[in-house]
Design a protein around this ligand. Structure first.
Ligand code: PMP
Length: 281
């Protein structure tokens, strides 16, 4: 069952008018929240980011955080899987086609849940491959906008060559992946690009940096050059649905030893522990 504008229904019955501004202009934002053992993971952080995205497009939040929590719990309860990811999508509603914001139009609110599967064990063991591309997106990548055409095109470049992800470089510096955040390891130090308008502030990115701090793993938040990405000892990819994954080849060249490295192994184990404690608590 999905949620659409106040009602629960099977997804096959959910319909959006063609004049929805999400369809016409890509005028909306979204959020993706994992739920483990039916409990949303880091919900307050995701709801804060949702608010940031709404503020970024000047759209009023249709619900309070308590109302969101309640709605999400209902969606989770109506789904079969123990581990799920929740997709929330809000657009500026349905109105005659005109770029200017419509007045007094209710937003369209859609929530669906899908089963959340961990990344395949073989890929965690062997490491994934990635390619690089110039980051040609807009300069509000901190807003989780539904207008994802550049991300779609960039990601497809990876799919075309059977790679997992496209790692983006803007003006000679690492920003993020087409649908993930990227960390680099150099000489035992975990390097993370600083949050800015040029990348999505990942919830998993924050977890990884918190785990590094709590476990005395040397880490630095600073600009990372393209050359540093290309000569990295390890490259790690993070997202709510992929957790932490090792990148073992970049543009057909091995990353470090060409297999998952020690910092990946450590952070992946810490992340699994953290998830488990979070679910118990
Ligand atoms: N950057 C982009 C462009 C993304 O699409 C995503 C995941 N949807 C991320 C980063 C990772 O964010 P999170 O850890 O919150 O899933």
């Amino acid at each position: 069952m999905i949620y659409l504008n106040g009602k629960f229904m099977p997804i096959e019955e959910a319909c959006i008018p063609v004049l929805d501004r999400g369809f016409i202009f890509g005028d909306g934002i979204y959020e993706v929240i994992p739920a483990y053992s039916r409990k949303p993971f880091r919900l307050p952080k995701h709801l804060n980011r949702l608010q940031h995205s709404l503020d970024g497009i000047r759209l009023k939040n249709p619900f309070s955080n308590d109302e969101w929590k309640n709605l999400l719990e209902q969606v989770i309860a109506k789904s079969d899987a123990e581990d799920q990811y929740l997709y929330l999508h809000i657009t500026r509603g349905v109105a005659k086609r005109d770029h200017a914001f419509p007045v007094n139009v209710p937003p369209t609110v859609f929530i669906m849940s899908n089963p959340l599967l961990p990344p395949p064990a073989e890929l965690l063991a062997s490491g994934a491959s990635a390619i690089t591309a110039i980051d040609n997106r807009w300069i509000r990548c901190d807003v989780k906008a539904i207008s994802l055409l550049p991300n779609v095109l960039l990601r497809q470049l990876a799919v075309d060559v059977h790679a997992l992800e496209t790692i983006l470089i803007r003006d000679g510096f690492l920003t993020e992946g087409a649908a993930s955040n990227i960390f680099v390891v150099k000489n035992g130090v975990l390097l993370a690009p600083p949050k800015s308008n040029l990348m999505l502030p990942g919830i998993t990115y924050d977890v990884v940096l918190e785990l590094a701090a709590a476990n005395k793993i040397p880490h630095e938040i600073r600009e990372i050059t393209e050359a540093e990405v290309r000569t990295a000892d390890e490259i790690l990819l993070t997202s709510s649905t992929k957790e932490i994954m090792p990148i073992a080849s970049l543009d057909n060249q091995p990353v470090g030893q060409g297999k998952p490295g020690p910092l990946f192994a450590r952070l992946h184990a810490l992340y699994q522990d953290y998830k488990a404690t979070n679910m118990r608590g």
